[in-house]
Design a protein around this ligand. Structure first.
Ligand code: MSP
Length: 529
């Protein structure tokens, strides 16, 4: 096997003005499943996530709560944002906070370099600013409601709140100088995905790029501009640099060279920052641009982006408390086509939990481990000298086929397609057991060899499922792996060769179902509309 490229994937870093909702958890889970897949394939993998803690939005929230911004961010990170990782079972390799010293040092160094190299100049700016977006807006990005609380005012289309007029002396980054190089970059078809996001960005840049205001002087909650202490660095510039500050930009060249560039997963609302401003900043610093920027869709409530400010947020634990983290992960990755918007519903979650996880995968795992225990005292039969039937061979072929299909889907970041491919094996194995009727074969000693072949084939398939599903449903996979007597941990079993998983051959029945029956009626689930 040729060595594969290292795989560095980063989520956006999250604003800590409020607690997480399932939209944030969705970004985390997507990145984590991709990272887990690569890690289990033996790739040199790194998953970074973290928190975005500077800027006016956080400052105002802290003030409104009567604490300093640092007290506020410490409190939120500890009580809400790091616990989220456990709630949805994220195996991140690092967690960066923009208030970390390592980050602040790297940001100062980067900005100073751009300044020294002539990419930054002083100027004055007047414009509409949305504190929710932490962004200057053009007039055509604003709406003017005719009724309601903000009637007659200019309101941000995303946050539905009035923008403010700001006039400040600012430092500017000569972003306009990079317009042609950015357009060239976009001709690389996989740089921005999906197509819809790419088209939007290309037409935005074609309209002409302005220079970017990269400092603020009306408040001081941020990283100081190194050559002018009366300014702090614009929060987006500060935040984007987390992707390189965390891997040793300026301090650990070896690690930086090993990891960078990253695959960047972002919500489509912030794709522009990542596909325009960020590569332009990197080009100015003579650093490689990200490998790709993927803008995933939104979780919608009532047709609108779920958001805390609009009070439509559902906390991730509201789902995991009842269904568990595996089901959370599975549901969002399976039910929503990655790259498109999707609506969450308790009914849909319950239905998929029951049909696909409990009855599909869970029941299959229980049946196979129970039958091997019952008919063969827990030994997976050795069938190396037995001639397999066509149906057995078909299962083995399916394992290889879906394994390759899932791996290709992961390369395309098509998480739902990967799960759909793996589910072909779930369904085929369930059909195989129904057709082969091991319980009937067990009644007559003359069928012993045939029963051996069926049980061994089923065990092979179920073990392959434990391996292939481990990035998506890590807890259930680990439980099944233990019951199958798998060697080491399931994460150590090569995900690109699930057919040839290894174990002791000794099976123990599952003590409890992988996905237990849930008594709560979907309609009365917490937070149900
Ligand atoms: N702090 C910035 C990102 C800086 S990255 C250098 C930010 N933070 S955020 O907390 O508002 O959003 C973080 C991520 O959560 C974004 O990718 C955003 O798209 C995602 N989501 C927030 N609400 C969402 C939904 N309703 N649905 C899906 N993802 C959503 O932006």
């Amino acid at each position: 096997m040729p060595a594969r490229d290292p795989f560095y994937i980063a989520t956006p870093i999250f604003y800590v003005n409020d607690v997480p909702h399932i939209g944030h958890a969705y970004t985390e889970v997507s990145a984590d499943a991709l990272a887990r897949w690569h890690r289990q394939g033996g790739d040199d993998t790194w998953l970074l996530t973290g928190t975005d803690e500077h800027g006016e939005k956080i400052l105002r929230t802290a003030r409104a709560n009567g604490v300093t911004p640092k007290e506020w961010t410490d409190r939120l990170v500890e009580s809400a944002w790091t616990p989220l990782l456990e709630t949805v079972d994220i195996a991140n390799d690092d967690f960066i906070r923009t208030t970390d010293e390592r980050h602040e040092t790297a940001v100062s160094r980067f900005i100073q370099k751009l300044y020294d190299d002539g990419h930054i100049y002083a100027g004055e700016y007047e414009g509409y600013y949305c504190v929710g977006c932490e962004e200057y807006k053009q007039k055509d990005e604003l709406v003017e409601p005719t009724e309601g609380e903000f009637a007659g005012q200019l309101v941000c289309a995303i946050h539905s709140r009035p923008v403010e007029i700001l006039k400040e002396k600012n430092y500017f980054f000569r972003m306009s100088a990079f317009q042609d190089r950015l357009l060239d970059l976009y001709s690389r078809p996989d740089f921005i995905q999906p197509e819809s996001v790419r088209n939007e960005i290309v037409s935005f840049v074609r309209q002409g790029l302005s220079d970017l205001s990269i400092s603020r002087s009306s408040f001081d909650w941020g990283i100081r501009v190194p050559w002018d202490e009366s300014h702090v660095i614009y929060v987006w510039v500060d935040a984007l640099l987390n992707y390189i500050s965390a891997i040793g930009y300026g301090t650990d060249d070896e690690n930086f060279a090993r990891r960078w560039p990253a695959v960047q997963l972002v919500g489509k609302d912030i794709a522009r920052f990542h596909a325009v401003i960020w590569p332009a900043m990197l080009m100015a610093a003579d650093l490689p641009v990200p490998k790709r920027v993927f803008g995933h869709g939104w979780l919608l409530v009532g047709g609108e982006k779920m958001s805390k400010s609009k009070l439509t947020g559902i906390a991730p634990h509201q789902i995991t408390d009842t269904f568990g983290s595996d089901a959370f992960r599975y549901y969002f990755l399976r039910a929503i086509t990655f790259g498109q918007d999707g609506s969450f519903s308790w009914e849909d979650l319950s239905a998929r939990y029951q049909a696909e996880l409990a009855n599909g995968f869970g029941n299959l795992a229980s049946r196979v481990t129970a039958m091997i225990t019952r008919y063969r005292e827990g030994r997976i039969p050795d069938v190396s000298t037995v001639e397999l039937a066509e149906a057995d061979g078909a299962i083995l072929a399916t394992i290889e086929r879906v394994n390759a299909a899932a791996d290709q889907a992961i390369e395309r970041l098509a998480l739902g397609d990967a799960l759909a491919a793996i589910w072909e094996l779930v369904d085929e194995l369930n059909g195989y057991i129904t057709e082969q009727e091991p319980w009937a074969l067990s009644k007559d000693e003359a069928n012993a060899e045939r029963l051996d072949a069926v049980l061994a084939t089923a065990a092979r398939g179920v073990g392959a499922l434990a391996v292939l599903l481990s990035p998506f449903t890590p807890k259930a996979s680990a439980k099944l792996w233990a019951a199958l007597g798998g060697e080491g941990t399931v994460q150590e079993s090569d995900i690109r060769d699930a057919l040839n998983w290894r174990g002791s051959g000794q099976v123990t029945p599952l003590e409890s179902p992988l996905f237990p029956r849930i008594e709560v009626e979907a309609a009365s689930a917490p937070g149900a509309a």
